[in-house]
Design a protein around this ligand. Structure first.
Ligand code: FAD
Ligand code: SF4
Length: 328
């Protein structure tokens, strides 16, 4: 591991300013992703600013009836919070489907959103990877790509975003609050936090250098039943091949409103807005679920090894909608 210096921040302002002052400085929270990448010298920060002890570890009610989740709330605590379990079960289910108990005890809300892709070639410094080394090429395009994206990818990069939590947050229309080095703050819709790869896959988010996530706000719970489904190679401790977060509100035998987000198939947490449109007002039964699934994957492109994800994602959407409607 490359040598680095370390400081524990005592205020948000100091943390943001300290990272901003050094081009290769980074925030560190639980360290469960960053330290792995540092050991492999894929991330080579010269200075680490530890934000894990800042007073950002509480979950508070908002005046609007939602919840404000501090950036340092651990994934285990967020999943177990009684308000999250009763009002945002899709989020609790998504968190519990991720990683292992030990990792969830360390992993923070902000770190989970900003964890980097698990593409094998990104982790292998002997292979070309545009995300790790811009302009070097993408080994996954013609390589072993069964874990990779079928929607939203580009010729430069077909990696997926690995977070389960972020998929549920996308379905809930969460907002990310940040603090900037100049002391200003801003709010970013979760759908605008992560960028599609385009020709610059190394630029992954809308955050500037030194901009720190301080909280995630969940709006009041949307009406309807919430379900998260994750399909993976093993029953636990594995990243998603496909995941779906759905919130379905029914009125009699019709869908009044629907929200669908997907993970495992896209470079960023992905709202399937076409599918939501198809479902709204439709009957709560098979033809509508199938049509919604078809429209969600309408633009999907496989790369050989990951072709199976297209039918798998359709079936997962179908099953998640059926489960959401059953108890609605
Ligand atoms: C074996 C294993 C299996 C896993 N399986 C899953 C899984 O199935 N599903 C899943 O979703 N995740 C999974 N994970 C990933 C895990 O959830 C992430 O590693 C974790 O959420 C990252 O959080 P952290 O606090 O440790 O982040 P860190 O490693 O500390 O940081 C990650 C990134 O966030 C940045 N950062 C941290 N805090 C802030 C902040 N406040 N503002 C701005 N930037 C910040 C850091 O600079 C770094 O770039 C797995 C991890 C491992 C090791
Ligand atoms: S898919 Fe993206 S992360 Fe993976 S090798 Fe290609 S450029 Fe790198």
């Amino acid at each position: 591991m490359q040598p680095f210096t370390y400081v524990r921040a005592s205020t948000v302002k100091e943390a943001a300013a300290t990272v901003a002052a050094e081009p290769e400085a980074k925030f560190i929270s639980g360290g469960t992703n960053l330290l792995d990448l540092m050991k492999l010298e894929i991330e080579r920060p010269t200075h680490l600013v530890d934000v894990s002890r800042l007073a950002l570890d509480s979950i508070e009610e908002t005046p609007e009836g939602g919840l404000r989740v501090g950036a340092e709330v651990r994934n285990s605590d967020l999943a177990a919070d009684p308000r999250v379990r009763s009002r945002y079960p899709v989020l609790s289910q998504a968190l519990l489907a991720g990683a292992s108990g030990q990792i969830r005890n360390k992993a923070s809300t902000a770190g989970n959103l900003l964890q980097r892709t698990r593409c094998f070639y990104f982790y292998n410094r002997d292979m070309p990877c545009n995300k790790r080394e811009p302009g070097s090429g993408c080994a996954a395009l013609e390589g072993f790509n069964r874990m990779h994206a079928v929607l939203g990818a580009s010729e430069a990069c077909i990696a997926v975003h690995p977070s389960d939590m972020a998929v549920a947050m996308a379905a809930l229309d969460a907002e990310v609050e940040t603090a900037m080095p100049d002391g200003k703050t801003r709010t970013i819709a979760i759908g605008d936090l992560h960028r599609l790869p385009g020709s610059t896959p190394h630029v992954e988010t809308a955050l500037g250098h030194g901009e720190m996530i301080t909280a995630v706000t969940l709006p009041p719970p949307p009406p309807g039943r919430q379900v998260y489904r994750k399909v993976r190679d093993r029953a636990s401790y594995a990243f998603a091949l496909v995941s779906v977060a759905a919130v379905v509100e029914r009125s009699g035998d019709r869908v009044r409103s629907a929200r669908i987000a997907m993970g495992g198939v896209t470079p960023k947490p992905w709202r399937a807005t076409e599918a939501e449109y198809v479902l709204t007002g439709a009957a709560t039964s098979d033809p509508a679920f199938s049509e919604a699934a078809e429209s969600a994957l309408a633009g999907a492109v496989g790369h050989g090894g990951n072709d199976f994800k297209i039918p798998l994602a359709k079936r997962t959407i179908w099953r998640t909608l059926a489960a959401a409607v059953e108890g609605a």
